[in-house]
Each structure stands twice: as C-alpha cells, then as structure tokens.
Design a protein around this ligand. Sequence first.
Ligand code: MG
Length: 389
Amino acid sequence: MSVPVKARVSTGLPTAPRGVAVLGSTGSIGRSTLAVLGRHREHFRLVALTAGRNLEEFDAQVAEWRPAYAGLAANLDGTRYPTGPDVLLEAATHPDVDVVVNAVVGAAGLDATVAALRAGKRVALANKETLVMAGDLVAQAACAGGGELVPVDSEHSAVLQCLSGRDAGLARLILTCSGGPFREWDTERVRNATVEEALRHPTWRMGSKITVDSATLANKALELIEAHHLFGLSYDALEVVVHPQSIIHAFVEFCDGSVIAQLGFPSMELPILYALTHPLRLPDAGVRRFDPVVAGPLTFEPVRTDVFRALGAGIAAGRAGGISPAVFNAANETAVAAFLGGLLPFGRISEIIERVLDDHTPAAAAALPAVREADRWARERAGEYVRRS
Ligand code: MG
C-alpha cells in the first residue's frame, strides 16, 4: 500500500529548535505564549524573557524556563536582573533569538520592534501600537535588516491565514469587532460607565488597557491602522463590522467578489502559534476544536460610530498619516490610564482623544525622533485635559 502523500510532507520547520524571545512575559499574551511554547519544546527554545514589574511571576517563569537572558523593563532597584528599557533591546537582538514575540503594552514596545527587524528577526507582533505609531519606519527597518513582521492580533492573523498562498487580487478587508461590553448601551450610560463595567469584556480575557480600548472601540481604530500597514490597503478598503460572538475574526474579499473568512473560538493561543510557524502549521492539542453547532448563530451589525467616537477619530488620524496616528495612540494611552486610575469618566476618553487630535499640527513622520516628539507632546496635552476634568 502506498503512503498517502500528505503523510510524507513534513511540517517544514527547521530540525533545530528556533530561539524565541518573549517581551512582556507576565501579561496576558506573554503567559499564553509560554503555554504555547510549553507544548512545542521540540520546535522552539525560549532564549530571552522580559517583564515589567511583576517580579514574583517573573521569578517563577525564569526558574521554569532558564532562559539565556532575563531582564525587567521597569526601573526597579534591588533585583538580580538587569533593569530599564534597554532590557527590551537586549532581548530583541540576542544572537540566539530567531523570533521575538513583542507583547509589551503601548508605545514602550516600539524600539524593540525596530531593533529586532533591523537585526533580521521575525517579530510576532502583539504590540499593535508599534505599527500605529511608526508603520512606515517599521517597514523600512524590516527592509533594511531583512526582518519580517507577523501579526499576533487575532483579526490580522485571520487575514494572513486567509491570504497565505493567495495574496493576488486582494480587494477589501472587513475586521470583526465584538462591540465590547457597551454594545447595546445608550450614550448617557456609556458616558458614565465604571472601570469595573469597562473591564467586563463579553468574549475575550485580556489585559486592562486593551480591554478598555475594546470598550471605547479605540482598539478597532488601532487595528485598522495596523491592517493598513501590514496588508498595504487604503483606508477605503478597510471596514469594521460588529460581530458579538467573536467567532469570525476577519473577512478577506478578493477582486472577483469572493470572500474568505477565518473562524475559531476566541483564544489567543492559535494566533500566537501561527505567528511562530507561518506559513506552516503545527498540530496543537491545546487549541479548542471548532464546533459550528456550539458556536451557534453568528450575527452582524453596523458600528454605532456616534456613540463610540474613538473609532472615527482613530480612522481620521490613520488617513492623515505622518505623526497623527502616534498622537492618537498617545492621547488614548494617557486617557485610558487616567480612566483606570479613577481620574476620568469613561465618556471623556474619546473626548480627550478628539481634542488632542484637533490641537495637533499634522506633520510627516520621517524618522523616529519626530514620532517620539509627537508621542511626548500628545501625552502632555492629554494630561492637561485630564487635569481639567
Ligand atoms: Mg484584535
């Protein structure tokens, strides 16, 4: 009997394990990444690990994985690890690292992404702020250094999976959006939502910053800008639809009108694994198998852009380009931190984003210093609005 052709096809992954750096290892994506790596030790070796200030969990991770490099990106005294922002660069450019999983939250992840790409690494990007702030510069770094960017964000992973092997004729992307916890709330109730209510996401368990972004829909604006840079489409070809079940992660439309979608129960472990193996796949018993009957009816509705104004503000910033997306991102980060700290009502987040964008002078983002300056200016201006609240 002949062996079926498929059984003879190897996964194509290199026989020697690929070296991985995980930046932000004690966050939600970092922990999920370690869970995925733990199931694939024959293919991946954890070389470098960084966290912020969660020392207890970091100690436990270092004891379990014994990475060649371990450091804390926060400025802390009295630890046995190297500390400070340069730790991210050390880990991202470590000579034994092939893939950098960047799961740092916010603008702090930018320099590590650029450094890893310049050093020729694959960056599995969960830090979407990196692309929002400086998409063109990140692309240039990849070109210059031979690195590649693979998205971890579930919607963008879905698009990549739909496109793999068939990227000719791409016409339009529709990213899905759960709608967040306030999808059906009226404007007044949304304006006064509490931190606890904003952190109660209906379908995804994530860190607090991205959970608030999902409640304001600023997250979807960040994702549209991310998609613009990853897949090279104009904003006219990028759309969002509310899909409360979070089963379909994205639709890809081709020029002949055909549409391909990627489905799965909400879990970040599959997009993380795929970012490590793309364009190949590995069997993974840890990912929950899909069942259409259990998934149940799938529904879709338009976004209420009049209530969730951060989405429109972010798209406008994306269309303006240059430093404007960095200003949008910084204003959002500042307002979200203030909301989480109890300094701001929920409804003020999008107002502050709009005001800071109104106040800024659009300019080109020719180099990283211009982006950093726009980021600094927008944080300061947003901080002034926070203090006046
Ligand atoms: Mg996403």
